[in-house]
Design a protein around this ligand. Sequence first.
Ligand code: HEC
Ligand code: HEC
Length: 296
Amino acid sequence: MRPEAFSSEMKRPAIFRGITFLGSALHWTVLLAAPLLLSLAVSGAQTSAANTQTPSRIRQGAAPAPKSYPPALVEDGGSVFQQNCSFCHGRDAGGGESGPDLTRSEMVTEDVNGDKIGAMVRKGRPEKGMPRFNFSDRQIASLTAFIHTQQNHALTKKGDRKGVDVADLQTGNLEAGKQYFNGPGGCVNCHSPTGDLAGIASRYRGLKLEEQMLYPENAKSKVTITLASGQTLSGNLAYLDEFTIGLIDATGMYRSSRTSDVKYQIDAPVNAHVDLFSRYTDADIHNLMAYLQTLR
Ligand code: HEC
Ligand code: HEC
């Protein structure tokens, strides 16, 4: 648990902010907070709004002249993007089911050599659904090259771009989804179609179901805090920043300690979902959706 993994937003002493999980995946660290999860529902709507924006929203005057990047750098950036960003921002950065269209982003327009994009990617905006990533300068440079190149393409392209199509969610293969669930996805290690996921498709529909699958809302992390006295407290993690850790114990009581005074261990099985980001293909997600939608 490294302090630099906390975003400044997390320093606000809001007791029930409810960090859902702090994930440390193999090659990146992501911080997701419950408000993020709530915001996902909203971001579906934002996405469609974003899709109706006109490119005129981009202040060309403020933009540096379109720059061209070495093709190899753009290509590297493309693969980092496909692995880590595309399922939210779309394969072409043109907006996806839960992330805005980056080709129409003012931040991207105003970015110079990754100053804004790099800061955004490294800090994230967890409360709004944008995770943070630990990327090298080289990875940031390649992502920047890719995103700017996509923006240049989009600005010079005529005609309507495709928005989010809910019908896309129906294109998966049920059997393949079931196999992925029981096999490579490892979902079955934590879930059961007749247990916790029974009726999931009745509780969430369409995009909401997909968001819930990618970023489960309200997931609880367990924490055990060992006080200096040796006494231990355990419960659901309710708050964590650099200075303070709080939990809600079995009696519903909120208890907090200074992180410097205690030891703590967080168990967040839902982190498995973060690890899955870099493994899913679009087809896996569509197939899983086809399968989950049968669990009514
Ligand atoms: C789980 C979904 C998700 C993933 C993964 C994700 N983003 Fe985002 N991103 C978002 C959301 C949601 C926002 C909008 C945040 C807001 O409303 O402030 C955002 C915002 C941004 C912005 C700022 C856009 C603007 O105009 O404010 C940039 C740049 C960005 N993301 C780049 C990336 C890059 C690069 C990656 C991959 C390394 C990535 N994102 C991965 C969801 C995601
Ligand atoms: C290591 C354990 C683990 C693995 C592996 C895992 N999940 Fe989860 N998943 C969780 C936890 C924990 C939650 C949050 C449950 C809670 O606290 O309500 C969750 C929540 C969900 C939810 C939302 C459930 C609800 O009732 O809202 C869905 C859907 C889901 N996971 C699907 C999947 C799929 C599909 C896979 C495989 C691709 C998968 N999960 C892999 C641990 C895991």
